[in-house]
Write a protein that binds this ligand. Structure first.
Ligand SMILES: C[S@@+](CC[C@H](N)C(=O)[O-])C[C@H]1O[C@@H](n2cnc3c(N)ncnc32)[C@H](O)[C@@H]1O
Length: 240
């Protein structure tokens, strides 16, 4: 989408720059400036998205996963696993463990996220033997209480339209997480809401990853609709 906006604006700015116009000078200058700014914005955002999906996401994933003191035999759940970004990263940490990726395979959120694509990525990464791909909804996870050592969610919960649904998703993740287990909740929006919901759910130990300058800049240019941040939390041993 950004490539189309940026490309269109670039064509317009070249037309305004090189085709002689005989209208009012300030209209021509304004048209040149607006189209040049739109071209820089569109192409810049498109380049960032491309970088993010190819390189940035993997770096962020690995940085987040390094927080967990892995033993190598954990049972891990990746909710909204898509094509397996987090599931593969976790599987590389647990040679004697098990990773389950679950997704609704929503066509709206990611064009070609299918169970087959996720499995193919686990095969390519050499971890297919310890990753299972399931189908299901994060709001009603088909797993036992306290059955995972680690629960991961990367850029998923914002897809749920209402705060009630997002709260339900968080409750489900905490339900299946064992006491003292780790939750990594990374998303592009709603960070403050998630923290409030986790506090309400009794989570006392959590750390915020605010995403630094990159997140602030991209948040600004996207009108705060895209601000990658993360929460790292542990489920208390008491209360649950
Ligand atoms: C932007 S993709 C992120 C995929 C993956 N976690 C990643 O970081 O590459 C969001 C994913 O969430 C899934 N999703 C959306 N709503 C869901 C729900 N209610 N339950 C399970 N998965 C859902 C979509 O199908 C999609 O695969």
């Amino acid at each position: 989408m950004f490539f189309r906006v940026g490309g269109g604006a670039l064509v317009l700015s070249l037309i305004f720059a090189y085709v002689p116009f005989h209208g009012s000078a300030w209209i021509v200058v304004t048209a040149r400036a607006v189209s040049a700014i739109a071209a820089c914005y569109g192409i810049g955002m498109a380049a960032y998205m491309t970088y993010g999906s190819r390189i940035g996401k993997v770096r962020t994933r690995d940085r987040l996963l390094r927080v967990i003191p892995w033993t190598g035999s954990e049972r891990v759940l990746d909710v909204g696993c898509g094509r397996g970004l987090m599931a593969v990263g976790a599987a590389l940490q647990v040679p004697n463990g098990e990773v389950i990726g679950i997704d609704l395979w929503s066509a709206a959120d990611q064009a070609d996220n299918t169970p087959d694509a996720a499995r193919e990525n686990t095969r390519r990464a050499g971890v297919v033997d310890r990753v299972r791909i399931d189908t299901g909804d994060v709001r009603a996870l088909p797993y036992e209480v306290n059955s995972f050592d680690v629960v991961l969610s990367h850029w998923v919960v914002h897809n749920l339209a209402t705060a009630t649904d997002r709260a339900q998703a968080l409750r489900e993740m905490l339900r299946v997480l064992r006491p003292d287990g780790w939750l990594i909740l990374a998303d592009i929006s709603h960070q403050t809401e998630y923290i409030a919901q986790l506090h309400t759910a009794g989570i006392t130990h959590l750390r915020e990853e605010r995403g630094g300058l990159e997140s602030t800049v991209i948040g600004f240019f996207s009108g705060n609709t895209f601000r990658p941040q993360a929460i790292i939390a542990r489920k208390p041993v008491t209360r649950f």
